[in-house]
Write a protein that binds this ligand. Structure first.
Ligand code: V55
Ligand code: FE
Length: 534
């Protein structure tokens, strides 16, 4: 497939090349003028020695930069015999030192896999070979500037996709997709983690120029439902919603307009409706032209909750207003008749210290604390203009998940990494600016009961992911997996496996890695029988 057919706006580079070959890799950059001449060692292309400023090591966002393979990781405890599959995770990991002031969300996507079967665990990690990664590798230097700001790029990469593939990794129609919401998916081989397509367009059927990192899966139909925002290009208010069937063909596509151009990070799909939340993390073209990141938090803006019929043409979309709030992730969503319910982790104000507040307010950690909050509207009411909100639990946290088999369906069980302030903190850690994420909480919406796994006083937990105990196990019956950082060991990483029905019992198994791996944004479980044969 030529790059031209895959990427209509980005012509003139490497047409018809085998993108997996070394020459193809070179051509990716050479065709754009980044590296001219036969040798990637042309001195003008990389006059500077690579050196990372110390600050870029902070915040747990890397750089790690090592692609690894460990066969038979060291396991403490017992891996349940029924666990067979792969836990994938992705996060940003700087390939080259970032532009001064750039933010962790702009590092190159690094994907890792814990392949678990018969009590054994193999670990593998590979960078996604995005167009951007390959161009920078060929030039031996950074060519892209600030987070989602093309004004700050080297002119040579104007035709190269900016996507970093650093946010989420999911599996559908045989492909592992590394996702960034400003660009189409990057397809990887689920067994080898080789990049097989750096600009995936669903057999050429994708009309949106962008693709969310949070597609939803309807396990009753095999569909992957997805969307793109800024879908007709930079700073456009167009949102494209679509669905791909089990073979990756787009069978439904609709366009709607957002009330303003703001971050639409996640979305919600029920059997009947699709819902979006637009938050005051607003695209700021003026600031971008001054060399800043894509977003600034505009506290004068409302939130808008948009609901449309799934499978419709989008003309029915209704936008319901709400106050300033920050919410990025959906735990679960369902409809009941004409009512749509969406559970998100929601905070009062900007939750991201590295996205500036537009009106000069200092970042407020208290207003940034997220709580599981249920957003709802009754679409049979023609006269309402606002959505409803209810805080469901007192636990503070972010990155909620569910038993993913229940996506689009009425669901009862949710999970979230939380910070339990009643638990001890190891005195050897001294005075930390923030308490580490020290627990995973299980939420039962039917009874509002919760239970908690506490990792210990010296560790911090990344996002968790649910593994069903068996294919047809009841909702929430299975295990949680997630990476812990051992804070007294330089952040060394362990994968913990917790019985989701016995959260308080501690991990049933701990997979000990010999080093600190880069921090994950999101992760995904793929059962062994869905993976291709080795
Ligand atoms: C998020 C993460 C991103 C991003 C936008 O968690 C939003 C939310 C890792 O990149 O670009
Ligand atoms: Fe996310």
């Amino acid at each position: 497939m030529s790059r031209k057919s895959k990427q209509p706006k980005k012509t003139g580079s490497g047409k018809g090349m085998d993108r997996r070959s070394f020459m193809g890799t070179l051509a990716t950059a050479a065709g754009t003028g980044a590296v001219l001449g036969a040798s990637s060692f042309a001195p003008s292309a990389h006059a500077e020695t690579v050196h990372f400023p110390t600050a870029s090591y902070l915040g747990g966002a890397g750089p790690f930069r090592s692609e690894c393979d460990i066969q038979d990781c060291d396991v403490e405890g017992e891996i349940p015999a029924s666990i067979n599959g792969a836990f994938y995770r992705v996060g940003p990991d700087w390939q080259y030192p970032p532009m001064t002031g750039n933010i962790p969300f702009d590092g190159e996507g690094h994907v890792s896999m814990f392949r678990i079967a018969n009590g054994h665990v193999d670990f593998k990690s590979r960078y996604a070979r995005t167009q951007r990664f390959k161009a920078q590798a060929a030039a031996r230097k950074r060519l892209f500037g600030m987070y989602r700001n093309h004004f700050t790029d080297d002119p040579s990469v104007a035709q190269v996709s900016r996507g970093t593939a650093n946010t989420h990794v999911v599996f559908h129609h045989g492909h592992l997709f590394a996702l960034k919401e400003d660009s189409p998916p990057v397809a990887m081989n689920p067994l080898t983690l080789e990049t097989v397509d750096d600009y995936y367009t669903y057999h050429g059927e994708l009309k949106s120029l962008t693709h969310t990192a949070h597609p939803k899966f309807d396990y009753t139909t095999g569909e992957m439902i997805s969307f793109g925002y800024e879908a007709k290009g930079f700073a456009t208010d167009d949102v494209c919603v679509f669905s791909a069937d089990a073979k990756g063909h787009i069978t439904w596509q609709a366009w709607i307009k957002a009330p303003y151009v703001g971050m639409v990070h996640d979305f919600a799909v029920s059997q009947k409706y699709v819902a979006f939340l637009v938050i005051p993390m607003a695209t700021n073209v003026e600031r971008m032209k001054q060399g800043q990141v894509h977003y600034a938090w505009d506290s004068t803006l409302p939130t808008w909750f948009g609901v449309m019929e799934r499978g419709g043409d989008g003309k029915d979309v209704r936008w319901f207003k709400g106050p300033e709030r920050c919410a990025t992730h959906v735990m679960g969503a369902f409809s009941d008749g004409n009512k749509m319910y969406v559970d998100m982790d929601m905070a009062l104000k900007n939750q991201f210290p590295f996205f500036p507040n537009l009106h000069g307010e200092p970042f407020d950690p208290k207003s940034a604390v997220g709580y599981v909050t249920r957003l709802s509207v009754d679409l049979s009411k023609k006269d309402i203009s606002e959505y409803s909100m209810e805080r469901l639990y007192p636990q503070a946290g972010v990155l909620p998940r569910q038993d993913d088999r229940y996506q689009t369906l009425p669901y009862r069980i949710g999970f979230m990494p939380t910070t339990d302030p009643t638990k001890p903190l190891n005195p050897k850690l001294g005075n930390l600016a923030f308490r580490p994420t020290n627990s995973y909480t299980r939420f039962d919406h039917a009874t509002r009961a919760t239970s908690e796994f506490f990792i210990g006083d010296d560790s911090s937990l990344q996002e968790c992911c649910f593994i069903p105990r068996s294919k047809n196990a009841p909702e929430g019956d299975g295990y949680l997996v997630g990476v812990a950082n051992r804070l007294l060991e330089g952040g060394r990483s362990d994968l913990v496996i917790v019985d989701a029905l016995h959260m308080e019992d501690g991990p049933v198994a701990t997979v000990r890695l010999p080093y600190r791996i880069y921090s994950q944004v999101h992760g995904w479980w793929v059962p062994g029988d869905a993976l291709p044969k080795a």
